[in-house]
Design a protein around this ligand. Structure first.
Ligand code: ADP
Ligand code: MG
Length: 430
């Protein structure tokens, strides 16, 4: 009947198909078997590798650590060398990555910053797919210079502030900013390297600028000018200004009809040697630190401005001014939703000042562009630094390498990138 017929039909077709395919089927099966074995082997190797990593390091970020390690194994490194030439420009923007600190190491944090060459940086953004598999999103940036965790303050100084010292002798204004998250290394870079609580002011950018200013004074070109060198040090906290060389006396900021901005009563000490300057730096730095425990004074919420001025003798006409600024922690600018009202207002002030600063630096680089200096106290007191063709500025963006800081780090890199937009382009290692 129909059942048998159907059976026969199926059987016939099976027999018919099996004969000519048999060899091919065997080959396919062999390939599949080899593939399965290979996959099994690879999976085993991977599992062992991962187990070792997990066992040995107890690392909660081991998957990202492996991916970043694989990434680094595949690229060539051409880091900056201390004797590389310095490229002069009106605006210099660079990034410094500090080493992982003790706490980050204890937490087994992965270093998510790769620096393949002297002007490139990659942030490995840790990501999860919907199925929770982990992957990296690699964000590439380019800056004038990128300094890795082995770079010392001396080398950073050579490529950032040092080329600007001559600017103030040539009648221009110079500024150098340290920007970044609290704990990323702003004060370490500007004030000097820390050894425990002790800070070595001779190797910070402030002290190094002072050293070179006195070297220039003795130069045959300037020796007979009889310039007078002086220094001031103040702090901007919200809309208030405090004199760090006068027991944090509160000062007013006035603007005259010619838009000349003055910090009324600011201490300006005449200095005769590098040591005189170092003493002032120490005094002001200690003043800035003290009272940090009380609720509304915290150095990470204020901008510190250290200035070295060169004046003509007698007339006191200004020849040039170098302003060195240790900015408030940029993460404070994001303190807008959580926390109390006071913290929110402070956060908004910091945010506003950092945005105005970015626009003023950008305007310096574009002829005829508007500098919104009235946008904040910081840009208002630095107004004369953002005008004039002779004025030059540099920004050092400080970043923490740990995975836990990656979002703040990305914000810092994006900000620095906006200050001076360099095209990433090809990695043409010169
Ligand atoms: P910030 O001023 O940005 O808040 P600090 O300069 O105070 O940060 O640095 C925080 C800590 O990290 C300090 O103990 C400092 O010594 C250390 N540190 C910062 N940068 C470096 C670096 N490049 N090398 C070694 N330690 C650093
Ligand atoms: Mg600091």
């Amino acid at each position: 009947g129909p059942v048998k017929k159907k059976f026969n039909f199926r059987r016939t077709t099976n027999v018919y198909q099996e004969k000519p395919r048999s060899k091919a089927v065997r080959e396919v099966a062999l390939i599949a078997k080899n593939r399965d074995e290979r996959r099994q082997r690879q999976a085993n190797e991977k599992a062992i590798k991962q187990a070792i990593l997990k066992e040995e390091n107890g690392n909660p970020y081991w998957e990202f650590a492996m991916m970043i390690r694989d990434f680094r194994e595949k690229i060539n490194f051409h880091p900056l060398k201390a004797d590389d030439p310095v490229v002069e420009s009106q605006i210099t923007v660079c990034v410094r990555k500090r080493p992982l600190n003790d706490k980050e190491q204890r937490n087994r944090e992965v270093d998510v910053i790769t620096i393949p060459s002297k002007d490139r940086l990659i942030l490995h953004e840790p990501k999860n797919k919907v199925d929770l598999t982990k992957y990296l999103e690699n964000q590439q940036f380019r800056f004038d210079y990128v300094f890795d965790h082995t770079t010392t303050n001396d080398v950073i100084y050579k490529f950032t502030a040092q080329p600007l010292v001559k600017t103030i002798f040539e009648g221009g204004m110079a500024t150098c900013f340290a920007y970044g998250q609290t704990g990323a290394g702003k004060t370490h870079t500007m004030g000097g390297e820390f050894k425990g609580k002790h800070q070595n002011f001779t190797n910070g950018i402030y002290g190094l600028v002072a050293r070179d200013v006195f070297t220039y004074l003795r130069d045959p070109r300037y020796r007979n000018m009889n310039y007078v060198v002086s220094a001031s040090f103040f702090e901007i906290y919200g809309k208030m200004v405090f004199d760090l060389l006068a027991k944090k006396q509160r000062l007013r900021v006035l603007e005259d009809g010619q838009q000349v901005v003055q910090v009324v009563g600011l201490t300006e000490r005449v200095v005769g040697s590098v040591n005189d300057v170092l003493e002032l730096i120490q005094k002001g730095s200690l003043e800035r630190m003290c009272g940090q425990t009380s609720a509304n004074t915290n150095s990470s919420r204020s901008h510190a401005v250290f200035q070295i001025l060169i004046r003509h003798p007698g007339l006191k006409k200004l020849q040039g001014k170098f302003s060195l600024i240790d900015l408030a922690g940029n993460e404070r600018g994001a303190d807008t939703s959580k926390s109390n009202r006071q913290t929110r207002i402070e956060g908004a002030d910091i945010n506003k000042s950092l945005l105005a600063l970015k626009e003023c630096i950008r305007a310096l680089g574009k002829k005829g562009a508007h500098c919104p200096f009235r946008g904040s106290k910081l840009t208002q007191v630095l107004r004369d630094s953002f005008i004039g063709e002779k004025s030059r500025t540099c920004m050092i963006a400080l970043i923490s390498p740990g995975v836990a800081s990656w979002e703040h780090t990305l914000n810092t890199l994006r900000y620095a990138d906006r200050v001076k937009e360099l095209v990433v382009g090809n990695d043409d290692d010169k």
